[in-house]
Design a protein around this ligand. Structure first.
Ligand code: ZN
Length: 243
């Protein structure tokens, strides 16, 4: 089975379209959450995600906030401004869809899926080998896919030596998955690893391979919509620089 793994789209419709085009035919799509927040196109993104067949979609912390499950005060002021706007503009069907998303860890084809981490699915960032180590004990499958940090990366645990390492992955280069790994496809709509191209991954379950990928999209067009919507200028600048 060929699976498209996406996360952190953040209301960036142009980036999402570029990823769906670039990925081509897939058997399933696993979305690790954060459809909304930050960007200019919350309805377009949720509409497009709802059209995807064989979809598993988790709830991210921004999705949880916009449906009232997390107080806006827990977000920084710039993130909050986008959430306040998205809460106003999202239509009733799309709000219902966000409410229907899975808040807990899911297991699909022998892989654990979480937005943040298996230990704390909505909030915790797996950003370093320490947070990865604490999370390896929290799932039983051989691998776990997470989003939330917006950084395309892979952590592995060598169970013999009990060592956790952060592996440098390169776009296009196919990785053979081994027990145990925590893999992050990166962010579609707001990458934070200094590569502004939209990030995603292709997981092939039968071969146990993971291919991190990047695709260019029309950033200036999205920046213009961020400005037209009166969203914080910071959200326009960062998508061109990848932070
Ligand atoms: Zn996010």
């Amino acid at each position: 089975m060929r699976v498209l793994v996406i996360s952190d789209i953040h209301a960036n419709y142009t980036a999402l379209e570029a990823v769906l085009d670039h990925a081509g035919e897939v058997d399933e799509t696993w979305c690790l959450g954060d459809l909304v927040g930050y960007g200019p196109d919350p309805n377009l993104v949720v509409d497009r995600i709802r059209e995807i067949h064989n979809l598993t979609c988790l709830m991210g912390n921004h999705d949880a906030a916009v449906i009232g499950k997390i107080p806006f005060e827990t977000f920084n002021p710039d993130a909050r401004r986008s959430l306040e706007r998205h809460e106003k503009v999202l239509n009733a069907d799309n709000m219902d869809f966000l409410r229907s998303l899975q808040q807990t860890v899911q297991v699909r084809a022998g892989v654990t899926l979480a937005h943040g981490s298996p230990r704390d699915p909505l909030w915790e960032y797996v950003l370093n080998t320490l947070s990865a180590r604490l999370n390896f004990a929290e799932f039983d499958t051989s691998s776990c896919f997470v989003g939330h940090s917006h950084i395309q990366c892979v952590f592995s645990l060598d169970e013999k030596s009990d060592r956790v390492s952060l592996e440098a992955t390169r776009p296009e280069v196919v990785l053979s998955m081994s027990p145990k790994m925590i893999l992050n496809p990166g962010s579609v709509g707001q990458p934070r690893d200094r590569d502004p191209r939209a990030a995603y991954a292709i997981f092939v379950s039968d071969a146990a391979t993971w291919q991190p990928l990047r695709v260019e999209y029309n950033v200036p067009e999205v920046q213009q919509r961020v400005r037209e919507a009166g969203l914080p200028e910071k959200h326009a600048i960062r998508i061109a620089e990848g932070w």
